[in-house]
Design a protein around this ligand. Structure first.
Ligand SMILES: [Zn+2]
Ligand SMILES: [Zn+2]
Length: 331
């Protein structure tokens, strides 16, 4: 098969990925081999390629927003058949035995492995995954829209779920990137009002179009007190600002994987049982929940597609913020 291999981490402009021919992956007893039809490019791919995240495997295939068709199954696979539409997400395996795995918190499993980081991902013609960690994809959603469901979609689902908000409540979003577009659509379906602050005029427009009750910039003040809020930018200074707008008993979710320092000088900001919770990875339950919602009503998704051969150029454009919506490689 043809695959893009990361040999040594380097700035993406220096083109650290190389398109090569390598042997096809062979399924273990419980694995499926997927013919990749679409694979999204994520900022995380850039972080691994450029060395912001350590290299966990040499000669790595990146890509964890994979959608395709089952091409081959291992001898003990019962969940999928050849020809099924399937997806692969960030969570690739867990130990299944630790206290986190046994209590529905497999996202915290210390032995979890992640697609396109610990094990090969989907920037290739074929990808391998255990049947237990593959998702059955709905028939009526094009592959190019299924791919972003696998990362920003599931991350949006989890960040929304962590807020604990329900019908009639008010949710604030700091930043409105791709994940935010899923959060607002989930909240709308569940009767939650969404208030958005974002810098970009394009994202403001998008938030209004998707039904935000109010949209402002970072210097604006939310017109209401919020039941919960999610911060997407990796900016620690937003934490005390966000807390000011959250009601007593409300919750603040920190969605980034890392943030600049957080300083909370005034205890009153957390008084009243206000909670701050970070988000770490995803569970398969999040993926199932998101796909269930996608089946009920298709999510609106902006996608810009690129041919497989143009992956590096597409990654450079993602880095520069030149892609409007999801960058998805089509095979
Ligand atoms: Zn991702
Ligand atoms: Zn575990």
């Amino acid at each position: 098969m043809r695959a893009w291999l990361l040999k040594e981490q380097d700035k993406i402009e220096n083109r650290p990925l190389e398109l090569v021919k390598i042997p096809d992956p062979k399924p273990g007893r419980k694995d499926i081999i997927i013919e990749v039809k679409a694979v999204g490019i994520c900022r995380t791919d850039l972080h691994v390629a450029e060395g912001d995240l350590p290299m966990h495997k040499s000669l790595l295939i990146l890509g964890h927003e994979v959608a395709g068709i089952v091409r081959e199954v291992g001898s003990e696979v019962g969940k999928f058949q050849i020809g099924d539409r399937v997806g692969i997400a960030w969570l690739n395996s867990t130990c299944g035995r630790c206290e986190f795995c046994l209590s529905g918190r497999e996202n915290l499993c210390p032995k979890a492995s992640f697609t396109g980081w610990d094990v090969d991902g989907g920037f290739a013609e074929l990808a391998k995954i255990s049947q237990e960690f593959a998702y059955a994809l709905p028939d009526d959603i094009p592959f190019q829209e299924c791919a972003p469901l696998m990362c920003p979609g599931i991350a949006g689902y989890r960040s929304y779920a962590l807020t604990g908000v329900g019908e009639g409540m008010k949710l604030g979003l700091y930043g409105f990137g791709i994940t935010g577009t899923y959060v607002i659509q989930i909240a709308q379906r569940l009767g939650v009002e969404v208030f958005v602050v974002t810098r970009s005029e394009m994202n403001k427009e998008e938030a209004r179009r998707l039904g935000a009750s109010w949209v402002g910039g970072y210097d604006d003040t939310f017109p209401v007190k919020l039941d919960a809020a999610i911060i997407f930018p990796a900016v620690g200074e937003l934490v005390p600002i966000a807390l000011k707008h959250i009601k007593a008993g409300g919750r603040l979710i920190l969605a980034p994987v890392t943030m600049t320092p957080i300083v909370i000088e005034d205890f009153n900001l957390v008084w009243g049982e206000r909670e701050i919770k970070s988000l770490a990875h995803i569970t398969r339950g999040d993926g199932d929940g998101l796909i269930e919602l996608a089946k009920q009503k298709r999510f609106e998704t902006r996608v810009e597609t690129f041919p497989f051969e143009d992956l590096l150029d597409a990654m450079i454009r993602v880095k520069r913020g030149e892609v409007n919506g999801n960058a998805v490689i089509i095979l």
